[in-house]
Design a protein around this ligand. Structure first.
Ligand SMILES: NC(=O)c1ccc[n+]([C@@H]2O[C@H](COP(=O)([O-])OP(=O)(O)OC[C@H]3O[C@@H](n4cnc5c(N)ncnc54)[C@H](OP(=O)(O)O)[C@@H]3O)[C@@H](O)[C@H]2O)c1
Length: 336
């Protein structure tokens, strides 16, 4: 098999994970971009923690020449919001590069922002390239939901539940508002979307649409997770007192034209020491069905999931191709 030539756009944690994984597979990393700062000017191999240079210097994304790049795909790992990523998408797609994004709104652009989705669709079609987002949600939240319904001949309702421990790293704890006062939590995580709000509603929305239902209404509600005892937040190095915000609970209701409803109950906060992250789909149908995914905290599974989608995206038709259109995610153990 021809080795895909990779571009990395956003050379942070996941961008660097992808560099190391591409290197392990012998896939050439041919260019790398980041916004201005200390990463620009460094060799991407060293920056990614390899013990050698790859001969590719991280370029300033705002002033680079994209037309000169000869590559098969660009992996974008900058942020979750379409509005933040859109400039990079335009640069890469109009230069004729397939784009595989890690941004969570990009899993389902037409639902997150129909206006920006239409632009992405036009750039991708004009250049005859594909736009897709993947990451850990691909298998754990999206394909697990689609496959859960596979044995059913009738469906009344879909239920998605998950628990993610965001207490281990400071940056994650802050995203979920762990340790904020009630007043600050209400203002910045409930009344405003904050850093995570309105992202997780895309999960039941996308799965319901992928199963063929016409989604007519989606409502996301957010509230603080509270415990009746102090909970230790390792990322903050302190206990969160009983009754204080210890995470964000996201509750989603999806209504369809066919009368089938979907519900999500998503906990993003502190967990007990021995509790593993999980994602679960249950179909209330004929017959009932459940798929349960356990996930180790700190796994690099989001970067590996992207790497495993590289060939699917390169081979997909032009335009936005959400992962539900690409078939179930597959391993790449033999792709060396
Ligand atoms: N799809 C999924 O299932 C999934 C799962 C987990 C996480 N994510 C998302 O993946 C994203 C990346 O996470 P991460 O941990 O790798 O973050 P990170 O370490 O902060 O890396 C992001 C990198 O992108 C750079 N950057 C940000 N905005 C940019 C722009 N407009 N143009 C060019 N470069 C830009 C940052 O530059 P600086 O050096 O200036 O910071 C940084 O180097 C996050 O949004 C995260 O929520 C998605």
């Amino acid at each position: 098999m021809v080795k895909p030539r990779i571009v990395i756009y956003g050379t942070g944690r996941y961008g660097c994970d992808c560099v190391r994984m591409a290197q392990a597979k012998g896939w050439p990393v041919v260019a790398a971009f980041n916004r201005a700062g200390s990463k620009v000017g460094q060799d991407i191999g060293r920056l990614a923690g390899l013990d050698k240079d790859l001969g590719v210097i991280v370029e300033n994304a705002d002033i680079a020449d994209y037309q000169a790049i000869e590559a098969d795909i660009a992996i974008v790992t900058t942020s979750d919001r379409l509005s933040h990523n859109i400039e990079g998408y335009e640069r890469l797609l109009t230069a004729g590069l397939n784009v595989l994004s890690h941004g969570t709104e990009s899993y389902f652009p037409s639902a997150a922002d129909p206006i920006l989705a239409a632009k992405i669709q036009r750039w991708a079609e004009d250049a005859n390239v594909t736009f897709t987002a993947s990451g850990i949600w691909d298998m754990s939240r999206i394909w697990s939901g689609i496959l859960c319904a596979a044995p059913c001949i009738g469906i009344r309702a879909l239920h998605h539940a998950s628990r993610t421990n965001l207490g281990m790293r400071k940056v994650h704890a802050e995203l979920a508002g762990i340790g904020l006062s009630h007043k600050a939590f209400q203002a910045t995580r409930v009344e405003q979307a904050g850093p995570i709000g309105e992202l997780y509603k895309l999960v039941p929305w996308q799965v319901t649409a992928a199963l063929g239902f016409e989604v007519v209404k989606v409502v996301e509600r957010r509230e603080a997770m509270l415990f009746d005892r102090p909970m230790y937040a390792a990322g903050l190095g302190r206990d969160i007192p009983a009754g204080e915000p210890a995470g964000l609970r996201v509750l989603v209701e999806v209504t369809t034209a066919q009368g089938v409803s979907a519900h999500a109950h998503i906990e993003l906060g502190l967990s007990e020491k021995d509790q593993m992250d999980f994602m679960r789909w249950t179909v209330d149908g004929e017959p009932g069905s459940t798929v349960h995914v356990d996930r180790e905290v700190g796994s690099v599974g989001s970067a590996t999931s992207m790497i495993n989608r590289v060939r699917d995206v390169i081979n997909a038709p032009p335009g936005i191709q959400e992962v539900f259109r690409l078939g179930p995610a597959k391993h790449s153990a033999f792709d060396l």
